[in-house]
Design a protein around this ligand. Sequence first.
Ligand code: ZN
Length: 459
Amino acid sequence: MTVERLYCRPAPPAELLIRGVHVLDPRTGIDAAHDVLVRDGEIAQLGSPGSLELPEGVELVDGAGCHLFPGFVDPHVHLRTPGQEHKEDLGSGTRAAAAGGFVAVVAMPNTAPTVDDASVLGALREAARRDARVPTGFMASVTRGLAGEALTEMAELRAEGALGFTDDGKPVWRAAVLRRALQYQKLCGGVIALHEEDPSLSGAGVMHEGEISARLGLAGIPSISESTLIARDAAIAGYEDGRIHVQHLSAAESVEAVAEAKARGVRITAEVSPHHLILTHEAILESLDTRLKMNPPLRGQRDRKALIEALRDGTIDCIATDHAPHAREEKEVPFEEAPMGTTGLETAFSSVYSELVRPGVLELGLVVERLSGGAPLLDLPTPLIAVGEPADLCLVDLEATWEVGEAGYESRSENCCFAGRTLHGKVLMTVAAGMVAYREPVSSGGQRPVTSSGGRVRR
Ligand SMILES: [Zn+2]
């Protein structure tokens, strides 16, 4: 299956009648109970609850008490293939995505080897057609081997299916290299996504530079290592009239830099991760848990509040997980030595819903919209709940609670910064590109939890 630079293994098209479900799609303005009929993988009919007949051969899903959202799109995941399949691969990573309600994900190119030439990209595309549970797109690197010097063959990579370009994990450190990449972008298209970090400022830092790093005696990464490079790159993008997307914003100063650039008319967009919206560096003081070590680091309360406000006012366009799996033994080392990163696909919606929507900080509709806000930034179709649209859907029980990690993970790795937390909101079913990609596992009674014959589990 192929949808405009997204690749996925084929499956039979969904035939479903989801009855009496609360449909919430902020883009189409639907916020009410409906019957939703999916035929041949497409949304065929919407009707008032109980109004639609069950056609022969169509599965009845009891949606009472549940919400149906347009599926989520993650513009930033690490699937670790090729080269580090002990952490994740296309199958496990996209199963984790489907379990989190995602209907499309975009994989970063900092693999081994780097996705910097057409043959590596071509092999990935074929692997996704075999193994990916949800449509998967691939970014190629801006520079060869992520070395920050020679540009990749951007036009050739675009022709081979690259969605865009990023050296994620590293900044495009030389200004002239970014400038030239933006000049090529005019010819071949594709957004350039930027990991913004000035290595001369971040140095050997392992956490946010502030009072906590001082108390722990750990080397810090200052906020300005991010914000100063954003300001520089926004200036270059503005000069070249190029299009840039800033990855994983973490600091209040970075929000200011993006807002200023947007106000000047620079074509700049930005993403934020659930962990930066929810956690701060204070969590590290309590536990020195290596699952809380990521790049950019968890910062202070002021930063967290600025990120939330920016997500609300649109300065930040979307939520992206930066799902970064690492093997257990790699994380079971002292904090200073552990690799950076947390998994996030399976907890993205539930963590934001539990920690920000239920307490009244963010509106549910806004969060649902931002969880697929990455699609247009990467020129991908935006999931919509409307007749005639492909079924890209996520069925959620907002009242269900679950403990993160208790039942294991779909991801091959378990380095989740929310492990052990009890979260509200459970994805029961995901339909991606018209195919059922995920169902909550069969409960102990042996019945599927969401079909007409079974009660839902863990209510
Ligand atoms: Zn990054």
